[in-house]
Design a protein around this ligand. Structure first.
Ligand code: REY
Length: 394
């Protein structure tokens, strides 16, 4: 059930894999990381170990794909389907969760590029009376600084029963926003970062208001089609993933309880905050194109990349995360957590190396934290030997 593939589909063992690591290529140094003049070769053996650990911690399957300057690395472990035991494949589609937020931010930043939207204008200018505070701007939404309470905190306080209560429901954006507004704001507009799906639900409503189209149409015309993302879909409120996909398994809150097959759902509780379906290849293409300047003007991309620190190793721009890795390299992308799927999709600043790693379970912090190790393997390469433990000099 274990397979690891490199390049154009050869199936190789772990030993052969380590011999095949491509030589390090020169890459643009990150402005904030002068030591990172050369991007280390990806550590494919390390990546396989990360995915194996995710399985040991409860994920039925895990996949990773790296696209690096035209070279592709694929690693998989475990199954796409616990019933049939079909092995998971890197081409399997899955629910990307909040990676959707990058798609929504790109649409709004393109509208800003087209002078149809001002980032610092109050949301209420475009949607009169929607929000209870005229000071909340579009930029606050996209940077999670509006203070709008995240209604999913209540909705999924109990993971399985919360999910079952909404899996077939169809919400309007306004119904979701009303759920948020029942609760006090978490901070004054602009005062602090507080991650909230509500921000990107308002973003969806704004896209609809400004364009006269649903977000699916705008994603399609502005992103899916131009980038030829043929495995990327927005099917809301359909509950099925089209074509070949990995099934997603939600971990119950009770230790030892059976996993819940969460594959079929409307994802209406998230919509423009989390309902896109895609593949590892397409997400790598998305971030390569975005960071390579193919989706936004350079001014628009610069707005997206105005990062504000969240933790010592993470920062948030506009619908875009930054993670600062142990080797001093920073990567840019988004994470996703929707019932049954965890996703990490990140790329280097120039977009020339990208990684998507997925586990087909969720509500399992161990798996989530383990999967973050895929970023280290993909972008930092093999861990450096400790001084004194070999030939490497400290
Ligand atoms: C929703 C609950 C998490 C997931 C969320 N996802 O905000 C957005 C994202 C779209 O960031 C669920 N967790 C799980 C629970 C926790 O139910 N009690 O892990 O499947 O991607």
């Amino acid at each position: 059930m274990v397979s690891a593939t490199v390049g154009r589909g050869a199936v190789l063992g772990a030993v052969a894999l380590s011999l095949l690591a491509v030589p390090a290529r020169a890459a643009t140094a990150e402005p904030n990381t002068p030591a990172a003049a050369v991007l280390p070769a990806p550590d494919i053996t390390g990546l396989a170990t990360v995915l194996r650990s995710a399985l040991d911690q409860g994920a039925p399957g895990a996949l990773a794909r790296i696209d690096d300057h035209g070279e592709t690395y694929r690693v998989t472990k475990g199954v796409a389907d616990r019933g049939t035991r079909r092995a998971i494949a890197t081409a399997d589609r899955f629910r990307v969760g909040s990676v959707t937020k990058t798609f929504s931010a790109v649409v709004l930043l393109q509208l800003a590029d087209e002078h149809r939207l001002a980032l610092d204008a109050p949301v209420n200018r475009y949607l009169p009376g929607l929000l209870p505070d005229d000071r909340i701007t579009v930029r606050h939404l996209l940077g999670h600084r509006s203070g709008l309470y995240d209604y999913t905190d209540d909705m999924f306080a109990k993971s399985v029963s919360g999910f079952e209560a909404v899996r077939k429901k169809v919400f309007t954006y306004r119904q979701l926003i009303a759920l948020s507004l029942k609760k006090p704001r978490t901070n004054a507009p602009g005062a602090a970062y507080s991650y909230s799906n509500t921000n990107f639900v308002v973003a969806g409503l704004l896209i609809e208001k400004l364009t006269g189209h649903g977000v699916g149409t705008e994603y399609e015309n502005r992103i899916f089609k131009p980038l030829k993302l043929r495995d990327t879909f927005y099917v809301h409120p359909d509950t099925a993933i089209p074509g070949r996909y990995a099934r997603g398994y939600l971990t119950a809150d009770t230790v030892g309880a059976e996993l819940v097959d969460a594959t079929a759902q409307t994802v209406s509780w998230a919509q423009s905050a989390g309902a896109v379906i895609s593949t590892a290849k397409d997400l790598n293409t998305l971030y390569s194109a975005l960071l390579g300047g193919k989706l936004l003007s350079s001014a628009g991309l610069a707005e997206m990349e105005r990062f504000k620190r969240v933790t010592s190793t993470t920062a948030y721009g506009l619908g875009l995360r930054r993670r600062d890795l142990s080797c001093g390299i920073s990567v840019y992308g988004h994470t996703g957590a929707v019932q049954g799927y965890y996703t990490y999709a990140f790329a280097t600043k120039d977009g020339k190396r990208s990684l998507t790693a997925v586990a087909n379970t969720s509500n399992n912090e161990k798996v989530l934290n383990t999967l973050a190790g895929a970023l280290e393997s993909a972008f930092c390469g093999k861990p450096k030997k400790l001084p004194g433990s070999g030939a490497a000099k400290g």
